[in-house]
Write a protein that binds this ligand. Structure first.
Ligand code: APR
Length: 281
């Protein structure tokens, strides 16, 4: 691909190259990495988009800096801002996007080696992607526990507290009274062990798809550099990010990820099936 090809032409021509590679049967172990950009179409703001991103809209919570809302030491002192945000982000009111359903299609066609997501919205599960194929690298709202005694907190009660924007505390006998926090990985916390155990899945990949992430947060962002040099890496994102585009077989599909995924589905002959599955959710 000659250097001066404007990105637009590059992406449309290369999408057919990616489709051809998949249809040739040479892509059997596809690893997908996703971020908040695949859920914005579901109505969930991402973090860093200039105007619409969460970090640009937390000013009302008078945080020392936006990321403090997910910072463990800040949460221990003042859990309220997090619970204001949790009320807005809590799963149950959102619908998976076409991009989520595309990943499910890959799984159903036996092509999904693994999905690594940074998202905490559980939309991958709701889209029907098999749980054993998903790594929620930054945890999720699916469970919660006391940060002191680690006792799990009841899910129904959690929903109650979150819907009222109130801060739940541990009810352990003997009055632990510790703060309850969803099993979301806060800044200052370790990622789940499974994330580190399954990073080798990326080394085994024969195709890497990166969708809707700024690749600003490590160690997740480092995943994209674990694939072997010759393995094609495709970015579906509004803008170029991280090391994407630096390798010969990188493909940049810049723009709305649902649009890019629909173009790829067209080239694969999966478009009808994709739309049907998405409507059927
Ligand atoms: N189509 C394509 N790309 C999109 C779309 C869209 N509809 N909407 C947003 N994007 C892109 C943005 O341009 C940006 O590059 O998705 C990316 C989202 O980046 P972030 O907001 O930084 O989200 P993410 O990469 O998931 O953040 C990583 O940061 O705050 C922590 O733990 C949090 O998991 C989160 C991590």
């Amino acid at each position: 691909i000659d250097e001066d090809t404007p990105p637009k032409t590059l992406s449309s021509r290369s999408i057919s190259a990616v489709a051809e590679y998949i249809l040739s049967g040479r892509a059997k172990r596809i690893v997908v990495m996703t971020g908040a950009g695949i859920s914005t179409a579901a109505g969930i703001p991402d973090f860093r988009s200039p105007d619409t991103g969460l970090y640009a809209n937390l000013a009302s919570l008078d945080l020392p800096e936006p990321e403090a809302v997910f910072d463990l030491s800040f949460f221990k002192v003042n859990p309220r801002p997090f619970y204001v945000l949790a009320r807005e982000l809590y799963p149950g009111n959102y619908h998976p996007t076409v991009s989520h359903v595309f990943v499910r299609l890959l799984a159903e066609k036996g092509l999904l080696h693994h999905l690594f997501t940074q998202n905490i919205d559980c939309l991958e599960r709701e889209a029907g992607i098999p749980a054993n194929k998903i790594i929620e690298a930054h945890g999720s709202f699916a469970s919660q526990r006391c940060i002191e005694c680690k006792k799990e907190f009841d899910g129904a009660k959690m929903k109650e507290f979150v819907s009222r924007g109130e801060v739940p505390r541990c009810e352990e006998e003997g009055g632990c009274k510790g703060l309850v926090k969803p099993d979301i990985v806060f800044f200052g916390e370790q990622l789940p062990k499974a994330f580190f155990d399954r990073r080798e899945m990326v080394e085994q990949a024969d195709l890497v798809l990166v969708m809707g992430t700024s690749l600003q947060v490590h160690p997740f962002a480092g995943l994209v550099n674990l694939a072997e040099e010759r393995v094609p890496r495709v970015l579906f994102n509004l803008e170029r990010v991280g090391s994407m585009g630096s390798q010969a077989d990188d493909v940049l599909v810049l723009g709305d990820c649902d649009e890019g995924v629909r173009k790829l589905a067209d080239e694969l002959g999966w478009r009808e099936e994709l739309e049907e599955k998405w409507r059927g959710l």
